[in-house]
Each structure stands twice: as C-alpha cells, then as structure tokens.
Design a protein around this ligand. Structure first.
Ligand SMILES: [Zn+2]
Length: 149
C-alpha cells in the first residue's frame, strides 16, 4: 500500500483556510512564523469548490488584530479557525476594517509616513477590488500596488 503524506492535526492554534493559492506564501510571511516552535504547515494548490486554495496551520498561535487585518487585505475570502483540543472552537471570516493603521505602506515617496516617524493610516474606499486612500497625502492605491509594512 502506498503511504500517504499526512498533515498532522494541531492541538491548539489557528488554521487559516480559503486563502487564494497564489496568496498563501504572502499570508505566511506576515505571520512571523519563525518565532513559533510548534507545527506549522503551509499547503497550496489544494482542490476546492471554487478552484484552488491554500491552507495554513499554525500550532500554538493566536492571531493579533493586526494579523487579521493584514490577512483581510491579502486574502479577503479567508476563514480563520481557532483550534482548541483538536477541535474547531470558532470560525471567523476575515473582514476589512474601514481604516488600516500601520498595515500598508504609502506608495508616495514624499508622503510624511515615508519621511518622518508617522504611522501610516489608510481609508478603505472600495473593498472589491480593494482600493485605499492615504490619510496624509490622499494618494489612492489599488490592490496590485499595495505593500504590507
Ligand atoms: Zn501617503
């Protein structure tokens, strides 16, 4: 019999599901996974009803609000499952807040946030496709131009 590669279940932690396949590594990048010493698995190109998806499992991790907001920017369809004792205790659909504080960089080189010690602040003016506007210089950015801090 062929042995299957089994992805271990996690006892406590977070499973981020329904990530677009091409965004799975971007989501992994913002999670600071290097600091975690429990099971981490990143899977992409898994079959799903709507095409392909990625899933990230992180043992022992509880997402911060900033991480939730960042995931909403990169993967607006994602669902976050909170795992406790091998069971899903809570399922949360990420959602974009109206304001993004310290989440994305301003693309305008002369913006005060790129020149002084000022935290970025963007207003979400359209959610799908994503469009945001800088509070300070009023530069608008669309999804393709958005860079995380
Ligand atoms: Zn700006």
């Amino acid at each position: 019999m062929k042995k299957e590669l089994k992805v271990s279940a996690i006892k406590d932690g977070t499973v981020i599901d329904h990530i677009p396949s091409n965004a799975a590594f971007k989501v992994a990048e913002i999670l600071d996974l290097e600091k975690i010493n429990k099971i981490i698995s990143v899977a992409t190109n898994l079959r799903s009803k709507t095409g392909k998806k990625g899933i990230i499992k992180v043992g022992g991790k509880i997402l911060t609000k900033d991480e939730f907001d960042k995931i909403a920017v990169i993967a607006p369809e994602a669902t976050v499952n909170i795992i406790h004792d091998y069971e899903v205790k809570e399922k949360i659909k990420v959602s974009l807040p109206d304001t993004l504080n310290k989440i994305v960089k301003c693309s305008n080189p002369s913006c005060i946030t790129n020149n002084e010690n000022v935290n970025t602040r963007f207003y979400v003016i359209k959610k799908d496709p994503l469009k945001v506007r800088c509070h300070y210089c009023e530069r608008s950015m669309e999804k393709e131009e958005i860079q995380m801090i």
